[in-house]
Design a binder for this molecule. Sequence first.
Ligand SMILES: N[C@@H](CCC(=O)N[C@@H](CS)C(=O)NCC(=O)O)C(=O)O
Length: 208
Amino acid sequence: MARILWGRETSSNVRKVIWTLEELRLPYERIDVGGPFGRTDTAEYRAMNPTGLVPTLQEDDFILWESNAIARYLCHAYAPSSPLWPREPRARANIDHWMDAQQTVLNRPATVVFLGLVRTPPEKRDNAAIAKAVVEMARAYAMLETPLARHPFIAGDHLTLADIVWGVHVHRWFTMEIDRPAMVHLRAWYDRLLGMPIYQRYMAGPLV
Ligand SMILES: N[C@@H](CCC(=O)N[C@@H](CS)C(=O)NCC(=O)O)C(=O)O
C-alpha cells in the first residue's frame, strides 16, 4: 500500500501528521504542496481535499483530510493499542476534548500571531490584531497549566495525541518575540518535548 502525505513540512497541521506517523513508525512519502509550493488550488487536489488546505493523507484510493482526524485514524487503524490514543473511553475522551480545544480555542489566535509576525513584513502587520491574539493565545495555553501541573503530559504520564496537536504550536509560542506571561508547567512540558528526537527533528526548527 502506498501512503502519501500531501503538505509542506512548515505547516503546523502537516506536522501533526508527520509526528503521528513517526511515533507509530509508519512508512510514508511526503509531497510538498501548499504555501510557496502551491498546487492546492488545482481540480485534482480539490477533488482529494475540498478545503484546498494541507494536510491530506492518501492511502491508495482512501483519502482523508483534517489533521486531527488523520492523527486519530492512523492510531485507530494501525496502532489500536497505542497509548497515543487509548481505547478506554474516558481516557480517549479526555484526549479528544483537548484536541478539539486546540482547533477551536488556540488555532485562530495562533494563526493571526504566527502569520502576522513570521510571514508578514513589519510595514504590513496589523499590530493591534496581533497584540489581541497574543492575549488570546496566552489564555489558551494557560488552560494547559492545570493538567501539566498534575502530570508531565497533557492527558497523563505519557505522550498522547493531545500533546501532538498542541505541541506543534508551542515551539512557535516560545520562539516568537512576544510578551509571554510565565507558565512554568507549560515551559517544563515544552522542554520535555524538546528532549524528544522526533520533536527536535521536525517541530523545533527555525520559524518560517
Ligand atoms: N483544520 C484544518 C486546517 C488546515 C490548514 O489551515 N492548513 C494550512 C496550513 S497549517 C493551509 O493549508 N494553508 C494554506 C497553504 O498551506 O497553502 C486541519 O487541521 O487540517
